[in-house]
Each structure stands twice: as structure tokens, then as C-alpha cells.
Design a protein around this ligand. Structure first.
Ligand SMILES: Cc1cc2nc3c(=O)[nH]c(=O)nc-3n(C[C@H](O)[C@H](O)[C@H](O)COP(=O)(O)OP(=O)(O)OC[C@H]3O[C@@H](n4cnc5c(N)ncnc54)[C@H](O)[C@@H]3O)c2cc1C
Length: 481
């Protein structure tokens, strides 16, 4: 193991930061000293936030202190404000000067209000409350037109489809007449980055739920009961729920593009800054998704392990998109792998990340859509290590496990069949828990979650309690790993 690069600072406490920590421990072992720098005490899985307004699930919180303790990392509760690549030091909001040998930037993106008049949804508590208020209006029948909008620019469009489909399912279950629902998106087809099978499936689900789809439409402004669209058209809208637009963190001392995102190469090294890596929404890669953030973090960990002499040649970042679309009915698992550009892909290390940028931006990609899990554990954020880590507890001292792809099942089950299968799995889980077999109980919950894409809230709570029992710390609300 090389002695030179031993002090690793990871700035951030989200998907990319955690994946980097788990992957580094898996690939480089115990030797490097790792410090996690995060202003927030908890890791928050925002992907679950779409379920909160419907009381179908929660955005999961995991104390970073627990994850760091389980993976021998030091946690510093502070905020990065500047990097000095010459002195190899990070400056923090509290005035610390933290030296590093290798630095991993995983700060995420900055959420901005998308356009005038829209109610932003980025999975934060204030978004949940604002959307919950709109949902009440929809259930009471006091609004006629409800629009979900995907703004132009860097973002992750899938939650807009989830919110629209979950709203339609909620209203239908309550027997409420509800408003007319529409989705407005600049995409040519819904979730086109997953390929045509996914778009076909989503279009069918939208049609079945009476949701109007307006593609190739860039929303501009919500004013006087209308959503104005670039090009002069528009549609009636009493309320517009729009995903946030994202900007990069523009960190003083490091290079960035005009929107503040960090430029990286295909091993996720920050271009023009020695020994600095970046992963996740803060980078210039155009799709901002948790699974991809984690794959970038894996590329970082591989490159660092190689530098430390702890692994073979590092694998570059080669994105595979995995998305779990919650619909209120059976979930849709989506997977797509872009074909390498001719002459790119397995070429020299200097291949720039822009070569992947055609992914999802017009070029057709082969993809799969299925109602049964296309990876296991069937995590919503399908990061190789973090997906497996958050879905199931680890044996103390065990190596982090990796998420694995599965072949698609051809048969589709009805909602009632899936619900019956989930009820059975939940009953098995209760039975195991009664005998204190927390391991078996948690496995049964994992299987139950895979069937519908989410657990009923009381079982999400039980999962945390059972994990605490398994770790020998009853009474805590969450203990992973
Ligand atoms: C509503 C919604 C639903 C989504 N659903 C999915 C989904 O189903 N599947 C999926 O894969 N992705 C989903 N995404 C996208 C996914 O959440 C993001 O792509 C992912 O969280 C990006 O990970 P990240 O680590 O780059 O950033 P984040 O997860 O945002 O983490 C950034 C971290 O950096 C910390 N930080 C910020 N500033 C500083 C600083 N100055 N110093 C130190 N630390 C700092 C923050 O506190 C945070 O811990 C969804 C997003 C939203 C908004």
C-alpha cells in the first residue's frame, strides 16, 4: 500500500459521499484514514420523499455518526467553503484548515426555484408540506387543473411522473373526482433516457390514469391560471408542481463550468486540480441521479485504491441507469446501458466525460422495463454499495456487499396479486420477529418491499426497530451496518 496518499477527505454526506466511503473500505481496506465532512448530521434518502405527501412512506434518515463508526471514518460536522489545491487543504465555515492527500467532492447540487409561479418539489420537508396542501385541494375538488412540470436543464425527471401517477392513484382510491392532471416536459418521450420500452410503458400508465402528456414543452411561467410554455403555447393550470432546477456548487479554488458544476474526466478526477475527485450531482455529468452519483463514487474509489496500490487498474465511470418508478400500482423497474460511442469507451484514460453526455439526450439507448426487480436488493437508489447497504443490514465486520442485476421476469402480476404476496411476506416477517429472528424478519421485509416498490409506513418503522434489535441496540430508531 502506497504511504503517500493516506489522508482522504470526503466532503458531503449524501449518496455519493456514502458510496465513496463504502467502496473505499471495500477496495482499499482499513489503511486509509477517511474523514467525512458534512454540515448535516443525517444521510437523507430523498428518493422516498415522493411518498410522504401520500402517507405511503418516508424519506429515510440515517445518522452519519453511525455509518462512520461502522466504517472507521471520522465525522466532522462542518461545511466546506474553499479548497486550496496548492497547499492541499480544505477550508471550512467554522475556520478549520483540513489537510488532505486526496480529496473527494460530493456536495450535491444547489436547488433553485424552477420558474415563476411554480411550487418547487425537491423532496425537502417544505416541498412535502406545500404539495400536501395541493393534494388536499385536489381531493376536495377545489382545483380543476393540476400540472406537474419538468423544467429545462440539468435535473432528474422521474419524480414528476411518480408524483402525477401517485396523485391519480390517491384520488381514484378515495373515489374523488379530482382535477385534470397533466405532465409538461421538454423530453420527446417520457423517461426517454431509459429507452423506448420504458417510454411505451410509462405512456400506457399515464393514459390509463387519464394523465395528459405534453412533451417537447419547456415550461416558462405560471400566471393567471395558465402554464406558459416556450414557443407561445400554454395550458390551463390552477397549480403547477415543478421539479427544482439544479446549479453546481462553484467551489472557490476549484474549476467549474458556467453553471458551477465541476468538470471531471472518466475516472471522476477534477480536471485541472491534482488529487481532487468529484462524484454526484455536483459534477458536470448532465443526468443528476442517485444511482449514477454512486457509480461515479465507485470510479473515484477504484482510482484511489489504485493510487494506494490496493487494487488493479481502476475501472472508469461507465453509466448504467437503474430507476424504480413508483406508480401507486405495481412499480416499474427500468434499466438502460448506453452503447459506447464508436472509438470511445475502452480508450485511454484521458477520455473526457462529455463523451457520455449523449446518454439520454436524443440518441436511442436499449433499455428494459419490468414490474419485477431488475436488481437486488431492489433499492430505490440503486448504487452498487449504498443500495445494498441501505436495503439490508450487514453482519458486523463483514465486507460491504454489492447490488446485483437480475434478468427480467416476463409475467406481469395484477395489483391484487402483488398486494396479496406482500401481505404474505409481511406476515412471515412478523412471525420471524416474534421469535427474535431479526435477520429472517428483515429478509422478509426486503422481499415485501420488492413486490410493490415500497413498504407500508408502519413496516418501514419496524424495519428500523428490527435493525436496531439485530445490532444489539434496541430502542434506537435506525442502525445500519
Ligand atoms: C424528489 C426526488 C426524488 C429522487 N428520486 C430518485 C430515485 O428514485 N433514484 C435515484 O437514483 N435518484 C433519485 N433522485 C436524485 C438523487 O436524490 C440525487 O441524484 C442524489 O441524491 C445525488 O447524490 P449526491 O451525493 O451528489 O448529492 P446529495 O445526495 O444531495 O448530497 C449532498 C451532500 O452534501 C452535503 N453538503 C452540501 N454542501 C456542503 C458543503 N459545503 N460542505 C460539506 N457538505 C455539504 C449535503 O448536506 C448532503 O449531505 C431524486 C431526487 C429528488 C429531488
Amino acid at each position: 500500500m502506497g504511504e503517500r496518499h493516506r489522508e482522504i477527505v470526503i466532503a458531503g454526506g449524501g449518496v455519493a459521499a456514502l458510496e465513496a466511503l463504502l467502496a473505499l473500505r471495500a477496495l482499499a481496506g482499513e489503511l486509509p484514514r477517511i474523514t467525512l465532512l458534512s454540515p448535516e448530521p443525517d444521510f437523507v434518502l430523498r428518493a422516498g420523499g415522493v411518498l410522504e405527501p401520500f402517507a405511503r412512506g418516508t424519506a429515510r434518515h440515517v445518522p452519519l455518526a453511525l455509518i462512520c463508526a461502522a466504517h472507521e471514518a471520522q465525522l466532522v460536522a462542518d461545511r466546506l467553503v474553499e479548497v486550496d489545491p496548492q497547499d492541499k487543504a480544505v477550508r471550512t465555515a467554522a475556520g478549520r484548515d483540513m489537510p488532505y492527500d486526496l480529496l473527494v467532492i460530493a456536495l450535491g447540487a444547489i436547488e433553485r426555484s424552477p420558474f415563476p409561479g411554480a411550487i418547487a418539489f425537491a423532496g425537502r420537508p417544505q416541498d412535502r408540506d406545500a404539495f400536501a396542501a395541493v393534494l388536499v385541494e385536489a381531493r376536495e375538488g377545489s382545483i380543476a387543473d393540476l400540472v406537474f412540470a419538468v423544467p429545462a436543464g440539468a435535473s432528474w425527471p422521474l419524480p414528476a411522473y411518480e408524483l402525477a401517477l401517485l396523485t391519480a392513484a390517491d384520488l381514484s382510491e378515495r373515489g374523488a373526482r379530482g382535477p385534470h392532471i397533466a405532465i409538461v416536459t421538454p423530453e420527446e418521450r417520457p423517461l426517454e433516457m431509459f429507452g423506448s420500452a420504458a417510454s411505451d410503458d410509462v405512456e400506457r400508465r399515464l393514459a390509463e390514469s387519464n394523465i395528459e402528456l405534453c412533451t417537447l414543452s419547456r415550461p416558462r411561467e405560471h400566471v393567471h391560471g395558465r402554464l406558459e410554455i416556450d414557443g407561445g403555447t400554454g395550458l390551463p393550470a390552477d397549480r403547477v408542481i415543478a421539479l427544482a432546477t439544479l446549479a453546481g456548487p462553484a467551489i472557490p479554488g476549484l474549476p467549474c463550468d458556467e453553471e458551477g458544476f465541476l468538470p471531471i474526466d472518466d475516472h471522476c478526477r477534477v480536471r485541472g486540480a491534482l488529487d481532487v475527485f468529484a462524484a454526484g450531482d455536483c459534477t458536470s455529468f448532465p443526468l443528476k441521479q442517485g444511482g449514477l452519483a454512486a457509480q461515479q463514487a465507485d470510479a473515484v474509489a477504484g482510482a484511489i485504491a489504485e493510487l494506494l496500490g490496493a487494487g488493479g487498474p481502476a475501472e472508469p465511470f461507465r453509466p448504467v441507469l437503474r430507476g424504480l418508478l413508483l406508480t401507486g400500482d405495481e412499480p416499474i423497474y427500468l434499466r438502460a446501458e448506453p452503447e459506447p460511442e464508436p472509438g470511445a469507451g475502452h480508450g485511454p484514460r484521458s477520455v473526457a466525460i462529455e463523451e457520455h453526455a449523449s446518454f439520454g439526450l436524443g440518441r436511442p439507448v436499449p433499455g428494459i422495463a419490468a414490474t419485477r426487480p431488475l436488481w437486488w436488493p431492489p433499492a430505490k437508489v440503486a448504487g452498487p454499495y449504498i443500495g445494498a447497504y441501505l436495503a439490508r443490514p450487514q453482519e458486523p465486520g463483514a465486507q460491504p456487499t454489492r447490488l446485483e442485476d437480475r434478468e427480467p421476469h416476463v409475467e406481469a402480476a395484477s395489483r391484487r396479486e402483488l398486494q396479496a404476496a406482500q401481505d404474505l411476506a409481511l406476515m412471515m416477517a412478523e412471525g420471524d420477529a416474534r421469535f427474535g429472528d431479526w435477520h429472517a424478519a428483515l429478509r422478509a421485509l426486503e422481499a415485501a418491499e420488492a413486490l410493490t416498490g415500497s413498504l407500508p409506513p408502519q413496516y418501514a418503522q419496524k424495519r428500523d426497530l428490527w435493525r436496531a434489535e439485530l445490532a444489539g441496540r434496541p430502542g434506537s430508531t435506525y442502525l445500519g451496518g
